[in-house]
Design a protein around this ligand. Structure first.
Ligand code: OFO
Length: 171
């Protein structure tokens, strides 16, 4: 694999692990806010991000490329409500979408066809990630910041379960 591609994938592995760390920190804060369902949703998101990182990691192994794990910064968790939290999730996912699109453009430029195929999955996944965040924001705007509506929504968010690939990514 070309060096520019290897470097860019190593950077994306870091970004995916950073995402996982951000969502785990957000989950912990939701627990403190007595919103266990939102905490569960974000905990599953943490697992999803680990799956994303490991897809890239395994791709590097398959292609016999050198993996370089990089430093992960302390996550900034700065929200005062579930609505603010999901607005920051959406903003973060837009940032990741932009990164994936740039990585795809690089794969096209460098004629790396296997990477283009892998990234198709990520491109679709990002559409879903942004849609999920927007759906949560819409629901939170509908029910408001407290009361029975928020309680019910929290229960609904808590029904999210781990992605099937988690065992493969971590086991
Ligand atoms: Fe890996 O998609 Fe979210 O960040």
């Amino acid at each position: 694999m070309k060096k520019a591609i290897v470097d860019a994938i190593n950077d994306q592995i870091q970004a995916e692990f950073e995402s996982s760390y951000v969502y785990l920190a957000m989950s912990a804060k939701m627990e403190q806010m007595n919103l266990p369902g939102f905490a569960q949703w974000l905990r599953v998101q943490w697992q999803e991000e680990v799956v994303h990182a490991m897809k890239l990691y395994d791709f590097m192994i398959q292609r016999d490329a050198e993996i370089e794990l990089k430093k992960i910064d302390k996550p900034t968790v700065d929200f005062g409500s579930a609505l603010e939290a999901f607005e920051s999730v959406l903003e973060h996912e837009r940032y990741i979408t932009d990164r994936i699109h740039k990585l795809y453009a690089l794969a096209v430029k460098e004629n790396d066809y296997p990477l283009q195929t892998l990234l198709q999955w990520f491109i679709d996944e990002q559409v879903e990630e942004e849609e999920n965040a927007r759906a949560a924001i819409d629901s939170l705007k509908l029910v408001g910041e407290s009361g029975p509506g928020l309680f019910m929504l929290d229960r609904e968010m808590g029904s999210r379960t781990a992605p099937p690939e988690v065992d493969g990514a971590t086991g």
